[in-house]
Ligand binder design. Structure first.
Ligand SMILES: [Zn+2]
Ligand SMILES: [Zn+2]
Length: 298
């Protein structure tokens, strides 16, 4: 363990919120929250993700792995907690916001968009949402305050079917609002937004997965696991690259496209301390750190 990491560990252990009774209480409250939310609100969506992954993505990872990772790799349970909590936080704000923001939609633009054929509405919603995802993601790297929360997502050392679910609720909520509010105001229907959201989420299941496929035919057209694995790579050449969620055209347009033909991505992670537990990762962005972002020499 490096000197910096050791220093953080000491800080972490001596903090008041590290007391066992407090961790137990917060842990119990979180578990109760997660279970009640899963059952009553986002249960279907969350369990649908797990079911689809176990049926299709996990067997594919066994067939064509990119790296040798065990099925029960470290921090799997931590990521499972993230999946249930952040998945819920990503969807619910929009469901509450839609009726409120619906009132402020510009009628002319709304009727223009909604008079188009469905395929064109979906293509438009995809292009606009990908543009917003690109910039929301880029800001979460370039603004140090936002990086504190987004670095939780980047702290995974093993990328697989569940690793992408590791997101701090604040990071998830910021992204949902940044993408969701303009999307609703621009006049797309809730059905358009849901169809695009489902498409993006289904593909998202594969981009973090431990899949050794190269999918060269999709280079520059659609984001592949290799493309997004570079985004998580500790390699200095790959830093602040490949922000796109599904359409790499925005990385190409804004000069952040990185997909070398002769190298493979990895290792992954961040160079600052991140606790391994779910609760620790929730709190870590609020802990003072001298060094708050990757390769802090820009
Ligand atoms: Zn990122
Ligand atoms: Zn990612």
């Amino acid at each position: 363990m490096s000197e910096i990491q050791g220093h953080y560990k000491e800080d972490w252990h001596s903090s008041w919120w590290y007391q066992p009774w407090l961790r137990l209480l917060v842990g119990f409250a979180t578990i109760s929250f997660v279970i009640s939310v899963s059952v009553h609100e986002s249960g279907l969506e969350s369990f649908f993700f797990i079911g689809l992954s176990l049926l299709f993505v996990v067997p594919l990872e066994k067939l064509i792995p990119r790296h040798p990772i065990g099925t029960f790799r470290p921090e799997l349970l931590t990521d499972l907690f993230h999946h249930f909590v952040s998945g819920f936080l990503g969807v619910v704000p929009l469901i509450f916001l839609y009726p409120l923001l619906h009132e402020f939609q510009w009628a002319t633009l709304t009727s223009l968009i909604q008079s188009q054929p469905v395929w064109l509405q979906i293509a438009g919603a995809l292009l606009l949402s990908e543009f917003l995802i690109y910039w929301g993601h880029r800001f979460s790297h370039e603004i140090p305050f936002l990086w504190r929360f987004h670095s939780v997502h980047h702290s995974s050392k093993n990328l697989d079917w569940l690793a992408g679910e590791r997101r701090h609720p604040v990071d998830q909520a910021c992204m949902s609002f940044f993408v969701g509010i303009p999307m609703i105001l621009s006049g797309f229907s809730l059905v358009d937004l849901l169809i695009v959201g489902v498409l993006q989420n289904l593909w998202d299941m594969t981009i973090h997965a431990n899949l050794g496929w190269r999918l060269k035919l999709l280079d520059g057209i659609w984001v592949t696991s290799e493309f997004h694995h570079w985004h998580h790579s500790l390699n200095p050449e790959a830093r602040d690259k490949n922000y796109s969620g599904a359409l790499p055209v925005y990385d190409w347009l804004f000069r952040t496209y990185y997909l070398p033909k002769d190298k493979k991505p990895g290792p992954y992670g961040i160079d600052t301390h991140m606790p391994e537990t779910y609760l620790g990762q929730l709190i870590q962005p609020f802990v003072f750190q001298e060094k708050t972002r990757l390769f802090d020499n820009r």
